[in-house]
Design a protein around this ligand. Sequence first.
Ligand code: NAD
Length: 424
Amino acid sequence: MSSRLSGFYRLGLAERRRRVLEACGLTEPRFTAIDPGALPLDVADGMIENVIGTYALPFAVAVNFCVDGADALVPMAIEEPSVVAAASNAARMTRPTGFTTRASAPVMIGQIQVVQIDDVDRGAAAIVEAKDSLLDDARRLVPRLAERGGGPVGLDVRVLARSGADGGMLVVHLHVDCRDAMGANLVNTLCEALADRVARIAGGEPGLRILSNLTDGRTITVRCRVEDAALAGDGTGAEVRAAVASASRFAELDPYRAATHNKGIMNGVDAVLVAAGQDWRAVEAGAHAYAARTGVYRPLAVWREREAGLEGELVMPLAVGTVGGALHNHPSARLALELANVDHADRLAALAGAAGLATNLAALRALATEGIQRGHMALHARGLARAAGATGDLVDRVAAELSACGDVKADRAREVLARLKESP
Ligand code: NAD
């Protein structure tokens, strides 16, 4: 399967669907999973509380992605214009090598807080002493996960306070290899089951027992290289390369810039996570906590100039699952995994990470060259033209006029449309 679907964005929606079905070897009925109303009301009613309807987002595929030597159509669900285009364009720049990734073992951290301890050092030492026996207990609680090659793999303890209103406080971290599950429920269940024994051993009372979203034991590293000629076809590649590297350095030196740099990464990551029914709030929380782990908020991806090209590297926690969570219920999420040919969590993390590095590259390149607003406003103008009621070729004509006069606003779109309709 090649993800290099040249001119895909210029095709009509029906033709795009046909090309994707063909590329993925699926038949049309499978697309009912992303048709309007795909999520039945009774299923939605079973997913969350107080349901009164469902909420739709555009569902797209980003093209041109080659990740770890295999092409993939990358599913994205997002309301923001230009993210899918940016990801597809940047992915094309990285071909033919594409993105290479390395996933750590899928190890999540469960936290068991213990309070009211008189002697926290003695409590911590007792936990260390009981470590093997606690881990054995934990493993016995998840036999099926162990059969799949996962399960509890480590346990450590940190003293948080020697005294205070709630006495001495320590936290025990249980490290659990969750295989293809995101693992929140799994880890929470384990922590709850172990908490009383942990507290008894530490000489205190059990406090909170829940996973940490700072999943720094479950990271993805994504790398790519872009040649000067791919960065700019007009011979200015070396200048663009230097400008992108400088933009990266700006983010490395300034948290105000780093926040926006990382937002550009999460544009790609979150769009994939939403399409694939993942807990994107969990990934967001982990990403930003990880970015600030040294005490200074830093970029999750950096870019360096190397031998007439740019090399980018993204490292971030990415806890995702291909079993459990919303995948139980959500038809569109299951189709997203099928379209991307994803059958395990590492591959989903690799695609989401590659999408993040791609949208980061596209944003830096645009900012460093023409400024981001031009491309963004062109897409925005098309959205306004449609909202004003334009159809067919009128969409492009209204959008072109709005962009040309630099007044990309809803009332202007209505005016232009009315005029073009009167005198076509
Ligand atoms: P889950 O509760 O659906 O459990 C997944 C189950 O899948 C596992 O218990 C395991 O028995 C089974 N399984 C089947 N095949 C497997 C395989 N190959 N590898 C691993 N497990 C396999 O889901 P979960 O992943 O435990 O929890 C994810 C959910 O928890 C998400 O919906 C998330 O929103 C929610 N959640 C998140 C937080 C948080 O992030 N702070 C807190 C609570 C709940």
